[in-house]
Design a protein around this ligand. Structure first.
Ligand code: FAD
Length: 425
């Protein structure tokens, strides 16, 4: 049984390797486990984190279940109704930890996978190189479930002068405490829910400026199951055609919560458009009197009627000006964390990966992507783990596996609608 780095792991060969122990990887592991595969014997999970929790482990303390959208249950293991005021990082890390223990998943960590290679394109075995506790380890597998999320690939757009800025720059992933900003004039960049929530927190300790490329995408539509499914369908259509997944906010829009409405009224949640140059101590806004660019041009996102649901939230500077800034806080999203798969040459010219289904990679039957594109919420990640495990087991059957007996159901099959804790605020 291999649960940590030892001589059994080095140069070992596996039927299945899962990379990533977030919601997607744990869900896939559950369905392999339920089919009778033994963790540490039939499959192994490699995770770069220092402990359980996936990306949730890394999130800031003011993000609680009372301020998140919704965290779905892991399969057969209800989250229940944790205290909405406790940091989500703690709640989810504890929850995943219990799940890992219950299934004896013995996740190998911290195990950062640096590359996956193959001698043949789309066939043969996959070779994995990973750094475990500073030691380089190579292993191989017949099938790979990749569940590496996006958190480790923060995205910052290039803006001329970005290297000249003499103040502090940080991304969502670096945020820890609003007190770090006290008295520092902060430019918050990005139109997502993180940006809007941070702006409201920062306004209590400092002066802020909000920059977005498009009008804030407030929508009157309630975030319900049906909308969730429509959003997923729109993103899935993109990924199936080999395009890179779209940003979440572009796809879902921002709910008009009471505190957001108040933020617009107080002037905190009013975007001044997008700057075009970064200077050593500030940014340059070009000024515009043009009407706002359309938010949706490809069927994604809220309907055109919803786009300017709060028109007062969009007030770009009319004339060119420089804003003095101490901190640039990029809330500009993420990309899929797939660098380690680059040697497999899966990227299409359009920048995505051509998929046959939500989880199956078109050009490589050994490989599944879970938590990718339309499956990047906890709900989608759970579903993707299930679909990938089932498809993988089908592909495996009749091959090298010894007879096994399925385990009894560890819990109810997850429903297509959210079933777990709902954010309470
Ligand atoms: P992750 O949780 O990111 O797990 C990926 C794991 O893979 C990590 O443990 C990571 O260490 C590991 N990994 C990455 N690269 C490697 C590598 N090369 N080698 C080995 N291991 C690796 N979703 C919701 O459903 N509800 C919400 O309320 C919600 N709020 C969010 C708030 C924020 C600020 C953000 C950024 C996202 C939010 N999401 C929310 C999306 C949420 O992140 C996903 O739901 C969920 O975490 C994705 O799970 P995952 O398993 O795909 O990825």
């Amino acid at each position: 049984m291999v649960c940590r780095i030892n001589e059994l792991l080095v140069d070992s060969h596996w039927s299945v390797v899962i990379i990533g122990a977030g919601q997607a990887g744990l869900s896939a592991a559950h369905y392999l486990w339920r089919d009778g595969l033994v963790p540490g014997r039939d499959f192994i999970i490699l995770d770069a984190g220092d402990g359980p929790g996936g990306a949730w482990r890394e999130r800031w303390d003011s993000l609680t279940l009372g301020t998140t959208n919704h965290i779905s249950d892991l399969p057969g293991f209800p989250l229940g109704r944790p205290n909405p005021n406790v940091p989500a990082s703690r709640v989810v890390s504890d929850y995943y930890d219990q799940f890992e223990r219950e299934l004896e998943l013995c996740v190998v960590r911290p195990a950062d996978v640096s590359s996956v290679t193959s001698e043949e394109r789309g066939a043969g075995i996959l070779h994995i190189t990973t750094d475990i506790d500073g030691q380089r380890v190579r292993l191989s597998t017949d099938f790979l479930i990749n569940a590496t999320g996006t958190w480790t690939q923060p995205y910052v757009p290039f803006v001329p002068g970005i290297g000249d800025f003499e103040g502090r720059q940080l991304h969502t992933v670096n945020f820890r405490d609003v007190e770090d900003f006290r008295g520092l004039r902060t430019l918050v960049v990005g139109g997502g829910i993180s940006a809007t929530q941070f702006l409201l927190q920062l306004a209590e300790v400092t002066d802020t400026v909000w920059a977005t490329r498009r009008p804030p995408n407030f929508t009157t539509r309630e975030f319900d199951g049906q909308w969730g499914l429509e959003v997923e369908r729109a993103v899935r259509e993109r990924t199936l055609s080999g395009l890179a997944p779209a940003s979440v906010v572009r796809t879902t829009g921002l709910p008009i919560r009471r505190e957001f409405r108040e933020g617009v009224d107080s002037g905190v949640l009013v975007s001044r458009g997008m700057f075009d140059r970064i200077l050593p101590h500030g940014v340059h806004f070009p000024g515009t009197t043009e009407s706002p660019p359309p938010t949706t041009s490809d069927g994604l996102g809220p309907s055109a009627n919803d786009v300017l649901a709060v028109p007062e939230s969009w007030a770009p500077f009319a004339t060119a000006r420089v804003e003095e800034i101490d901190v640039i806080f990029w809330n500009t999203g993420f990309r899929a964390a797939l660098k380690h798969l680059a040697p497999l040459h899966l990227r299409t010219p359009e920048g995505g990966i051509a998929m046959d289904t939500e989880v199956a990679v078109r050009d490589d039957p050994r490989l599944f992507l879970v938590g990718y594109g339309s499956a990047s919420s906890t709900l989608g990640a759970t579903r993707a783990g299930r679909i990938a495990a089932r498809e993988l087991l089908k592909r495996m059957s009749g091959r090298q596996r010894s007879p096994r007996s399925s385990r009894p159901e560890a819990g109810a099959e997850p429903s297509p609608e959210p079933t777990g804790n709902t954010a309470e605020s």
